[in-house]
Ligand binder design. Structure first.
Ligand code: C2E
Ligand code: CA
Ligand code: CA
Ligand code: CA
Length: 278
């Protein structure tokens, strides 16, 4: 038993080490990902009740030579920890603004583009100026840029999120609260922060059609957002039943595999051509 215990421990230690080593490899590969052009921006359409594209969400993708495709759920948290989230976000922001302006020129207007923000970005105080610069450089109207933030950003005690969100609002961009309905949801921030868009989390959307109580909650969340004057978006919509439930509750926009997966810029181009102006 003693030697078996030692063997188990040795095995455990070895696998711990390999996880740590793997993580270090990922980290150092990520450091070179941007300069090697391995980070790409995909775009997932959001449609209105009539099925027309009104906005696209920019979602980053990392396809490296060493690790292949790595999910943003894996590499974004690493980027946040090791200080790479600032350059990655700047790249995503500028690519998104440039692409949206290009789509406007191609006649797919007034299409908005949404970019995801990490809480960390609000620490330096330089972010508002970066957004202003990106809008100016690509000639994108401010109201066509949506910035998606999570509760984590609003609740981060270390930063004055309110001041910076007001700075962003002053530019004319629209602010969205992402993943609403999960986490420790303090409703108070809906009153305190200048938010324009409420995105209902996909975990919430997937449960919406499971029973009467879930349906009642879903309708109530849509009504809450609407009554606050916000635009309400259901994300992760995969079934017609989910779309129908949120549409009948008065939800403004829908995003999910039912309509389109995140697409490369050229695939999004083709999709938009088929789903915008008649
Ligand atoms: P998110 O902001 O909540 O983005 C929505 C995620 O749900 C995306 O995953 C999207 O592909 C996925 N999704 C959309 N529709 C459906 C559906 O119908 N069913 C299911 N099962 N999933 C759906 P993705 O692209 O893997 O991104 C994961 C998360 O990584 C994002 O969640 C966001 O938090 C983060 N992320 C991605 N790109 C960036 C970025 O550039 N910056 C930051 N800060 N975070 C990012
Ligand atoms: Ca998002
Ligand atoms: Ca989300
Ligand atoms: Ca999420």
């Amino acid at each position: 038993a003693k030697s078996a215990g030692r063997a188990t421990f040795a095995f455990y230690e070895a696998s711990l080490n390999s996880a740590a080593v793997e993580r270090l490899h990922l980290e150092s590969a990520l450091r070179h990902a941007l300069e090697r052009g391995e980070i790409e921006v995909y775009f997932q359409p959001k449609v209105d009740a009539s099925g027309r594209a009104c906005s696209v969400e920019a979602l980053s993708r990392w396809v490296g030579s060493e690790f292949g495709a790595v999910s943003p759920a894996t590499f974004i948290p690493i980027a946040e920890e090791v200080g790479l989230i600032e350059p990655i976000t700047e790249f995503v922001l500028r690519t998104a603004c440039s692409q949206a302006a290009q789509w406007h020129r191609a006649g797919f207007g007034p299409l908005a583009v949404a970019v995801n923000l990490s809480p960390r970005l609000f620490r330096s105080g330089a972010f508002v100026a970066q957004v202003a610069l990106a809008l100016a450089d690509y000639g994108l109207p401010a109201e066509c840029l949506e910035l998606e933030i999570t509760e984590g950003t609003l609740m981060d005690k270390g930063v004055d999120a309110l001041e910076q969100l007001q700075g962003l609002k002053a530019l004319g961009v629209r602010l969205a609260v992402d993943d609403f309905g999960t986490g420790y949801s303090s409703l108070a921030y809906l009153a305190r922060f200048p938010l324009d868009i409420l995105k209902i989390d996909k975990a919430f959307v997937s449960r919406a059609t499971e029973g009467t109580r879930e349906a009642i909650l879903s309708r109530a969340v849509v009504t809450l957002g609407r009554d606050l004057g916000m635009r309400v978006v259901a994300e992760g919509v995969e079934t017609e039943a989910q779309r129908e439930l949120f549409a009948s509750a008065g939800c403004h926009e829908f995003q999910g595999y039912l309509f389109a997966r995140p697409l490369s810029a050229s695939s999004a181009d083709a999709w938009l051509a088929a789903n915008t102006a008649a």
